[in-house]
Write a protein that binds this ligand. Structure first.
Ligand code: SF4
Length: 199
């Protein structure tokens, strides 16, 4: 089955069968340097999907999303409001690590987009949290920079809303918890996500 067919008829797919295909993927040069693909994990019927930029070193080694230092920070953000990984789904724009953790190129993101599209179609969430500038501007090209747009519910498509937040690696660089700091603003944002989940 071609990628076009996957997207034409996602109802014939499951996340597991899609992941099996992604494991064989050579659609872009990141396949040449990856150790493992990092497909994504969590509840296959999650109401909220978190989308990061791409796997880092620990993720590439383990095949799991957000398990390195940024992932530990994300876990802290979740724990601050009682969200668990099991109730959400976590993935990235590209499923293979860009060498040196560089930003994925437009061509790499274009090559990988059908997988993210298929994941979203299969999971059918109500809310997509974009973590940082790359996924935000990739999924919502008219979005302004993350600093001004974070914490905003953006109507996307099919009734799905986007909600940009800072990438957890940004929080690692700015440890202050003072009012107005990235950590403080992220705490406000995740509280809004929790409220949305509880409604
Ligand atoms: Fe395929 Fe995506 Fe990996 Fe590129 S990043 S090889 S498109 S799975």
């Amino acid at each position: 089955m071609t990628m076009d067919q996957i997207l034409e008829n996602p109802s014939t797919l499951t996340l597991d069968t899609l992941e099996s295909r992604v494991k064989q993927c050579t659609r872009c040069p990141l396949s040449e340097t990856r150790t493992n693909i990092v497909f994504g994990e969590g509840d296959s019927h999650a109401r909220v999907v978190f989308v990061g930029e791409g796997p880092g070193e620990v993720e590439d080694q383990t095949g799991k999303p957000f398990v390195g230092p940024a992932g530990q920070k994300l876990d802290e953000v979740f724990a601050s409001v009682g969200i668990t990984r099991e109730e959400v789904y976590i993935t990235n724009v590209v499923k293979c690590r860009p060498p040196g953790n560089r930003v994925p190129t437009k061509k790499e993101m274009e090559a990988c987009l059908p997988y993210l599209e298929a994941q979203i179609a299969l999971i059918n969430p109500g809310l997509i949290i974009t973590l940082g500038n790359t996924p935000t501007q990739w999924l919502f090209p008219s979005a302004s920079g993350i600093t001004s747009i974070r914490g905003t519910f953006l109507p996307w498509r099919g009734g799905i809303q986007l909600f940009p937040m800072f990438h957890p690696s940004y929080l690692l660089r700015y440890p202050s918890r003072a009012k107005g700091s990235p950590k403080y603003l992220t705490w406000l944002d995740i509280k809004r996500v929790k409220k949305w989940l509880d409604e």
